[in-house]
Design a protein around this ligand. Structure first.
Ligand code: CTP
Length: 410
């Protein structure tokens, strides 16, 4: 790959994300000149620019204190800046993008998974502390806009390789395992063999136990939001990152799946007896936690009633067995267990129940004399009779309800 002549980074920001952001970057450039600070575009921004990908956020590294630079910018602009004093970093927030401004630094991890202790340093230190070579290139924002690539990121981009920069990388920061799978799948890159071995060793040493549930969950959410989640999940399972036995299922397609099914689909690739263990590893929001609990519940119902049993069951009994299961959970089961006999039965069941429409509402039932506490029981009777084809009109429903009321009054 030929190194593109970079020119002033502001120009490519202008073409990619517009004048407004180019002007903001221009302000940063002017402030850097005023303060006599050297500023570099770094990290994912350089990588994506080289790859010709759409620019998302912008990563900048300041040789000196990034906080001094953002203070200078805020004198002239009315923008939101969030500062992280401990790490000497700041984020400039705009409507569409974020500009992360860090102080060039080296990092020391006192123990695996810890937040690093930082020492301000030069550009080389700052590039060396990073995760992968493809994220460790820089372009100066000062003339002549030099391209800096001491760790050979360009060669790896050219070969399509993900390579860590030192063999403690995953132990220091185990979230890099997830980042590696994201980049490998996003760019369809290979994981360099030594990096692969280092990852396997770190996983075998249980490196993930040093990070919080929240960080683990955040990394998994990023994986599930990747455009090519399927391939990232394949890595995740094949590297046995979670330490749970599982087999990648290529029939489950994340890319076309509704967001709310993704956690369940991921869990379904692990052995059923470890579902609870999978659930306990993460700190999920209520919606996803419920989806997982419902799925586990459905699996245990279906374990007690295999395909043969269900096949022999009449539709009424099947309805009573499954009526409490949300439709989305049934959908999830179908998506995760394509082509099994059980799934065919479930699909049939969903087709029948989808067609059922009861004409009487709760108020109608009360007017016909049904006790409030018995409404759901009566609705079940009506649904089952409709499913069996025994009734099909409002008047027939009314007749059944009257019989029910008379029967229960006897
Ligand atoms: N970085 C790192 N180790 C991490 C996280 C980040 O070395 N655990 C460095 C990388 O150089 C990365 C940069 O910080 O490029 C910015 O991080 P982030 O915004 O998370 O990543 P991007 O590279 O911008 O990637 P993405 O496209 O996924 O946002």
């Amino acid at each position: 790959m030929e190194i593109r002549s970079t020119g002033n980074p502001i120009h490519w920001v202008r073409t990619q994300i517009g004048d407004k952001y180019a002007e903001l970057l221009g302000e940063i450039q002017r402030a850097a000149i005023t303060l006599d600070l050297e500023v570099f575009v770094v990290g994912g921004t350089v990588r994506d620019w080289v790859l010709g990908k759409e620019l998302k956020d912008i990563d900048l590294s300041v040789i000196g204190d990034a906080l001094v630079l953002v203070d200078e910018i805020s004198k002239n602009l009315d923008i939101t800046i969030v500062k992280y004093k401990k790490f000497h970093t700041a984020t400039i927030k705009t409507a569409e993008i974020e500009i992360d401004v860090v102080s060039a630094r080296s990092e020391i991890y006192n123990y695996g998974g810890a937040l690093p202790e930082i020492t301000l340093g030069n550009l080389n230190d700052d590039l060396r502390r990073r995760d992968f070579s493809i994220n460790a290139m820089a372009i100066s924002m000062n003339t002549p806009y030099e391209f800096m690539d001491p760790l050979k990121g360009m060669t790896d981009l050219d070969k399509g390789i993900i390579r860590i920069l030192h063999d403690q990388s995953f132990i220091d920061d185990p979230t890099r395992l997830f980042r590696m799978f994201r980049y490998a799948s996003r760019f369809d890159f290979a994981i360099e063999s030594e990096t692969c071995r280092t990852a396997e060793t770190a996983i075998a040493e249980n490196c993930l136990t040093t990070i919080s549930k929240e960080r683990l969950t955040h990394e998994m959410v990023l994986i599930l939001n990747e455009p090519n989640t399927d391939s990232a999940v394949k890595y995740l399972i094949e590297f046995d990152v979670l330490g749970i036995p599982g087999v990648y299922n290529p029939l489950i397609l994340f890319s076309t799946m509704k967001q709310e099914l993704k956690w369940v689909a991921l869990m379904s690739m692990y052995e059923k007896k470890y579902y609870e263990m999978f659930f306990q590893k993460f700190s999920l929001d209520r919606q996803n936690a419920n989806a997982i609990k419902e799925f586990i519940n459905l699996c245990s119902i279906l374990d007690d009633n295999d395909a043969d049993l269900l096949n022999e069951m009449d539709i009424g009994r099947m309805y009573l067995l499954l009526k409490g299961i949300p439709r989305i959970t049934l959908d999830a089961y179908v998506i995760c267990n394509i082509n099994t006999d059980l799934v065919k039965l479930l699909q049939q069941y969903m087709m029948y129940t989808d067609r059922v429409k009861i004409n009487l509402n709760g108020m109608d039932l009360i007017n016909l004399g049904v006790d409030k506490n018995q409404i759901s029981e009566v609705i079940d009777v009506l649904i089952i009779k409709t499913l069996k084809g025994e009734i099909s009109s409002k008047s027939e429903e009314e007749l059944i309800v009257v019989q029910y009321v008379n029967g229960s009054n006897d």
